[in-house]
Design a protein around this ligand. Structure first.
Ligand code: ADP
Ligand code: MG
Length: 515
């Protein structure tokens, strides 16, 4: 472009070929930029997809017990969504910008020096100023980014908690306080976000300022040299071509640096997100041995615990200590004890959700798959059919679903289920009573055809009448099918109906009438 302008001015030759070449170069440049952006986006996309898969794999591997220990569902949602996305800028913009920052200014500098070493020197000297100022501004930015993301996690959890408890909040007339709470948390988050933005804008502004000053210096030098006011060095040999050439190169020289400065903000955000994500992807601190399949193949043994000790935290009191327990097939066992005595831990151990610190857990083939029913059967947002089919390892017909529901004591023509199997169920079992939700959970367990049922205080949230009915159905069905049942409970009305009672206190076995 510089050469064609030079030619046009002095009429020393044909302008058009050179102008065509310039247009071609501009097109090529845009094509390469598109390629660069596209490949950066592809890379960022692949990284995010991998990471999301890894997060899901980790959550699955951790199991429900350790999972809940690594943050509430709100922060998991925020990790999965926003924090993984926060990494995108690093791969899509920062890495390509870094490569260009190393390669392009060096090349352009060589080109400038080839024409006029004073102009080259001006560019060379102004460039290092920029990283220095950037570093000064960027130093605090990583911590601020990290604080912002922590706050975002907390805000997600905070909001989700209150949303879930909306009913309770309304009934306890605490809506106004909760609203104020959420507003305050959001305001804190806003303030922190503004700090992040301020740093981003400030660093861009510094960058723009210095590049503008440097370009201005080059322009002044070129202008005065062409006018013949500069006697110094190579100024006398400067032509319109070389002057224009250097002047056109100057903004390009700073362009990669400017992009780098902008993407520096992406980098800080990505590092903060990675710092939040990395510990989540770590294996649990207390791993213990994996439970082994039952070595001594015996027809009667289902789960054998030998001298098992479980600790959740390396230096905490053991949740179970020196436990010795043999569960035979078809047994109906009540695990009783006060709250905190280790009942749920024992069930989680039998399920393989956690591993013992010492001792061994061996399980027979019939112990997998197992069915789990907790205090409140968790039903997902979806139809009744979808919720029932969740546990079924095969495609059950509607008739089978109806049978399972009937065995659980819930008829499909019940007026509260106006659309039968297609009745929509709200998040967290909304629309069903506690008893109905437990019945759906029971029907789901029946459909799974598991031969091992783990029930963690399955009736504690129900009224005595419903509890009685549900237990009768459950135990009768288990007896009929030879299902092994382990029920954690502290209600006498429950455990007096089971054959064997295992009593725990402070994680130790107090009584076992089935040895
Ligand atoms: P129970 O079901 O009989 O009420 P748990 O098995 O839930 O008793 O708890 C036994 C002990 O282990 C308690 O001291 C409890 O605080 C502790 N505990 C249970 N779950 C966890 C966990 N995920 N992380 C840390 N400690 C836990
Ligand atoms: Mg419990």
């Amino acid at each position: 472009m510089a050469w064609s302008i030079h030619l046009a001015f002095f009429g020393e030759g044909e302008v058009w070929p050179w102008l065509g070449l310039a247009v071609l170069a501009v097109l090529l440049r845009h094509g390469l930029q598109i390629l660069r952006d596209w490949s950066g986006q592809q890379l960022a996309f692949a990284v995010r997809a991998d990471l999301r898969e890894e997060l899901i794999a980790t959550a699955t591997r951790l199991g429900p017990v350790h999972l809940s220990h690594r943050g509430h569902s709100g922060s998991w949602a925020s990790r999965y969504q926003e924090q993984v996305d926060a990494l995108a800028g690093y791969y899509a913009r920062y890495l390509p910008a870094l490569g260009l920052t190393v390669a392009v200014p060096g090349l352009l500098l060589a080109a400038a020096f080839s024409q006029d070493w004073v102009a080259g020197l001006l560019l060379l000297l102004s460039a290092p100023l920029i990283p220095v100022f950037m570093a000064l501004i960027g130093m605090g930015s990583e911590q601020i980014h990290q604080a912002q993301q922590e706050r975002q996690n907390r805000l997600s959890g905070h909001f989700l908690d209150r949303l879930r408890a909306l009913d309770l909040l309304r009934r306890s007339l605490a809506l106004e306080a909760a609203r104020h709470d959420v507003a305050k948390a959001a305001e804190d988050y806003r303030r922190l976000s503004m700090r992040v933005l301020r740093i981003a804008f400030l660093s861009s502004a510094v960058m723009e300022f210095f590049s503008a000053v440097a370009i201005g210096l080059v322009a002044i030098y070129v202008g005065f040299a062409l006018l013949g006011f500069v006697e110094f060095g190579p100024a006398g040999e400067l032509t319109l071509f070389s002057g224009l050439f250097v002047l056109l190169l100057a903004p390009e020289y700073f362009q990669p640096l400017r992009q780098f400065a902008q993407s520096y903000h992406d980098r800080a955000g990505a590092i903060a997100a990675a710092a939040e994500l990395a510990p989540v992807l770590q294996p649990p601190a207390v791993t213990g041995q994996r439970s082994e399949p039952l070595a001594t193949v015996s027809d009667t043994a289902l789960v054998e615990l030998h001298n098992v000790t479980v600790r959740y935290e390396a230096d905490a009191q053991p949740a179970l200590y020196g436990l010795q327990l043999h569960i035979r097939r078809g047994e109906q066992i009540a695990v009783v004890g006060p709250s905190g005595s280790g009942k749920s831990t024992l069930l989680a151990l039998c399920a393989g959700f956690i591993q013992p610190e010492s001792g061994s857990v061996t399980t027979g083939a019939a112990a997998r798959p197992f069915a789990w029913i907790g205090q409140r059967g968790h039903l997902f947002h979806g139809t009744l059919r979808e919720n029932l089919l969740l546990g079924a390892p095969y495609n059950s017909s509607d008739a089978e679903l109806g049978d399972a529901m009937a065995s659980a004591g819930l008829r499909l023509d019940d007026p509260t289920l106006p659309q039968g199997l297609d009745t929509p169920i709200g998040e967290d079992s909304r629309g069903l009573s506690g008893g109905q939700a437990q019945r759906v959970a029971l029907a789901r367990a029946l459909l799974s055809r598991s031969l091992f049922w783990l029930l963690d205080e399955p009736t504690s949230a129900l009224d005595p009448q419903t509890e009685e009915d549900l237990l009768t159905r459950l135990l009768a069905h288990a007896r009929e099918q030879g299902i092994t049942v382990l029920v954690a409970t502290h209600q006498e009305s429950v455990y007096r109906r089971l054959g064997r009672i295992v009593r725990l206190a402070d994680g130790q076995l107090q009584e076992d009438n089935g040895v």
